[in-house]
Design a protein around this ligand. Sequence first.
Ligand code: HEM
Length: 126
Amino acid sequence: MYGGRQIPAGTAVSMDAYHIHVNPDIFPDPHEFKPERWLGDPMSFDGKHRLSYYLTSFSRGSRVCIGMYLALMDMYVALATLFRRHKLELFETDRSDVDFIMDLVRPMPKWDSKGVRVIVKTGAPI
Ligand code: HEM
């Protein structure tokens, strides 16, 4: 029995990062961009773990992504450089170009999404 449901013996049981990340008990307003939710390395809703315990983009445990810290460092440096040096304006892009609507091994936006496109308004050359 789990969560009031009977799971027959032998049933494969799994989980995925997406459904952890959009669980409002763990991340209130999960679809809102709220970077402040991470300020001060907060505890999770149950007080048992750091909130970061539930961030599973790189998986967790013995098969965690071996490149996690390299990838995080790349993203911190690249995004900080981009947004500090440039003023960007969205170009023919809206929320529907990034919202996930299907899962093909990884979550995907609509078929005809061209991704996020911007016009660089100002900025120093990198
Ligand atoms: C944003 C960037 C990245 C994300 C979101 C990501 C995510 C993941 C995830 C979820 C897994 C676990 C796959 C599984 O077995 O279920 C994984 C494994 C792995 N990743 Fe990454 N990864 C990223 C970048 C990188 C980089 C930069 C490298 C190498 C420089 C890397 C190398 C690996 C390797 C070798 C594994 C297999 C680890 C193992 O099974 O022991 N990844 N990654």
